[in-house]
Design a protein around this ligand. Structure first.
Ligand code: OGA
Ligand code: ZN
Length: 372
């Protein structure tokens, strides 16, 4: 049986579960999260925190089977909490998240055949297969789909099965092929060194989908590396370079006739807990560095070191997309590139689109309600 006790002086309710787990719940937290304060349909909080004093106190605490019932001093409001709900929301621990999937770092010795791979038909028709694939894709950050319909919209249809598309200045979908008057190096036949897309955006797109409709030209192989593995190794090998890249913001810029989209980012971005969150690495969209002169050389040294790592077989895996294949990767973790191709030797056409991380994660959580 769950045990409860009040520690009025600390303004906490102490709860001890039968399995030995214990937690202290601050009174103000309990009142703010009283189930009666949430709209029954939308599940959004309607309670007004400013309507209670910070030193709110509890008149009585009792147990009613699996519920803990509190009566508040002052207005006499009664709050009822399920003990398993309290267990799931312990302060300092927080709610478990099916989409919080630890990245499994990989390096140049990874055999591309071992990366997650699924059949388009399965992903389109089976939610359980989709969930398993999304989870594996979050681990490696890079995955492939085979058997895509020979339809230019098939990649978008697959992406939409996960979440709504992230539209950019290139459209909700973009044609990667050699074009006259290109506004992007991807739309030439030049090689693209490893990069993340659209680092010039306020929020660069999350997952990228590149559906290969044709890859008949000589050249045009694909390269990938795990930016998190590079960043982790740099942190060990050269902490000062890591510090500079994770603390200094540098400009990125895209410009054409219709747009001039600029943003400063840190090349290595950490989340508020100090974990790797994303990389912004794109030499062709890097703006003109605007650091004070005294910091410039040291920064260049760090930046160039990271760039050298992206050229090293220690990190880079090479593969070649075939017509009917689609690659999916976390554009904020995995760097991608391609070899130059000769457009006179055959047609090469990839069709791309993006789904942001938030929608991708939401799909994992919702599918996990049924298949988790
Ligand atoms: C891109 C890109 C890769 C390729 O369009 O951003 O990197 O293989 N394309 O053409
Ligand atoms: Zn790209």
């Amino acid at each position: 049986m769950t045990q409860i006790s009040l520690r009025g002086a600390d303004r906490v309710l102490h709860v001890a579960w039968p399995d030995g787990t214990q937690a202290d719940f601050p009174f103000v937290w309990l009142r703010d999260n009283c189930p009666s304060g949430f709209h029954p349909q939308t599940r959004e909080r309607q309670f007004d925190l400013t309507g209670i004093p910070m030193d709110i106190t509890i008149e009585s605490a009792t147990q009613d089977n699996d519920d803990i019932v509190l009566t508040w001093a002052g207005d006499g409001h009664v709050s009822r909490y399920r003990t398993d709900w309290l267990l799931a929301h312990r302060p300092g621990i927080g709610l478990a998240d099916p989409a919080r999937i630890e990245p499994v770092l990989w390096r140049g010795d990874l055999a591309p055949e071992t990366l997650p791979r699924a059949a388009a038909q399965d992903l389109m028709s089976r939610d359980d297969a989709l969930l398993a694939f999304l989870i594996e894709t979050k681990k490696t950050g890079l995955a492939f789909v085979d058997g895509m319909a020979d339809d230019p919209d098939a990649g978008m249809a697959m992406a939409r099965r996960i979440g709504f598309l992230r539209e950019t200045n290139f459209g909700s979908t973009f044609e990667v092929m050699s074009k006259p008057n290109p506004n992007n190096l991807a739309y030439t036949s030049h090689a693209l060194p490893l990069h993340t897309d659209l680092a010039n955006q306020e929020l660069p797109p999350g997952f990228q989908f590149l559906h290969c409709l044709a890859n008949e030209a000589r050249g045009g192989g694909s390269t990938f590396c795990d930016g998190f593995a590079i960043a982790a190794d740099l942190q060990n090998a050269d902490p000062e370079a890591f510090r500079l890249l994770s603390e200094t913001a540098v400009p990125f810029r895209f410009q054409d006739e219709d747009y001039d989209i600029r943003r400063h980012h840190r090349v290595i971005d950490l989340d508020p807990f100090g974990n790797l969150q994303e990389l912004h690495f794109n030499a062709h969209l890097a703006g003109i560095f605007d650091l004070p002169t005294a910091q410039m050389e040291a920064y260049y040294r760090a930046y160039r070191k990271l760039m050298q790592m992206t050229r090293s077989p220690d990190y880079v895996v090479t593969t070649r997309l075939k017509g009917g294949e689609m690659v999916i990767f976390d554009n904020r973790r995995i760097l991608h590139g391609r070899a130059a191709f000769d457009p006179n030797t055959g047609f090469r056409h990839l069709r791309g689109c993006y789904v942001d991380r938030g929608e991708f994660d939401s799909r994992i959580r919702v599918l996990s309600r049924t298949y988790g």
